[in-house]
Ligand binder design. Structure first.
Ligand code: CDP
Ligand code: CDP
Length: 219
């Protein structure tokens, strides 16, 4: 491929964004950035330090003292890999409240644009096509039915050994997070005007990846 290419992938929780984005990046031999992991990492830090989510002043001070980076498929928090910790259900339940705060979003967007500067990239999240990379070469909006997304997430949690949660609870939590993400004032989850919608409800991962690669490669 000639020149650098940027691919923005957005959509609701459990639609398949990160799975697809990672494989697409791998096939194109370019970098992948999981922006959700960054919001999750910061949420993890606040929970570890027992910081009150209503105390914005302390939260912002904490952000100033925090180093977040995503490279080679790993999320770094203050220099330490926290891939596993950020997937706990407690993070799912809290992250959207932190991701609503304007100053936090500004800080994350700055880091994300900086990572994406001057190189080919696949980036996934909620506001990539609308805010972080509005001039991306390709924008995709990945969706799937709530039933299918809940089933997938439930399976993921069971595989991680999380046995205390029911499928119905997973569904409720996904819906709640989608509502907060889609209705927040700053950078809500919406389909960018020129994004291509891909519905993965009845697709295998390989079919979803192929749909996207065909568009990018003009096949
Ligand atoms: O993997 P999943 O779709 O469940 O979530 P994620 O991509 O890891 O994102 C976790 C949360 O971070 C989302 O529910 C949003 O609240 C927030 N987020 C955001 O606000 N903007 C982004 N670009 C990425 C994530
Ligand atoms: O990043 P996002 O929250 O949108 O979803 P994900 O974490 O990539 O995918 C959620 C689950 O759905 C994972 O276990 C994927 O393997 C699975 N998946 C699937 O079964 N079929 C697809 N077409 C895409 C993802």
């Amino acid at each position: 491929m000639n020149g650098s290419i940027s691919i923005a992938i957005d959509g609701p929780a459990g639609a398949g964004k990160s799975t697809i984005a990672k494989i697409v990046a791998n096939r194109l031999e370019i970098d992948y950035i999981d922006t959700g992991a960054m919001y999750r990492a910061f949420t993890y830090k606040l929970l570890c330090k027992n910081i009150d989510f209503n105390d914005e002043k302390t939260i912002l001070k904490e952000l100033e003292d925090t180093l977040i980076d995503f490279r080679e498929n790993h999320i770094y928090l203050d220099g330490k890999i926290v891939d596993k910790q950020i997937r706990d259900n407690i993070i799912n339940q809290n992250v959207s409240y932190i991701a609503k705060i304007k100053e936090i979003r500004d800080g994350m967007v700055r880091i994300q644009r900086n990572i994406a500067k001057d190189k080919s990239i696949v980036m996934d999240g909620r506001d990539i096509g609308t805010v972080v990379l509005p001039n991306a070469d390709y924008k995709f909006f990945i969706v799937a039915s709530i039933e299918e997304r809940a089933k997938r997430r439930y399976k993921d949690l069971l595989e991680k050994g999380e046995t205390t949660i029911t499928l119905e609870q997973v569904k409720e939590e996904l819906e709640k997070r989608d509502t907060i993400d889609s209705t927040r004032e700053i950078a809500p989850l919406i389909k960018a005007e020129n994004a291509i919608e891909v519905d993965t409800t009845n697709q295998t991962i390989e079919e979803s990846v192929d749909t996207i690669l065909k568009i990018i490669e003009g096949r």
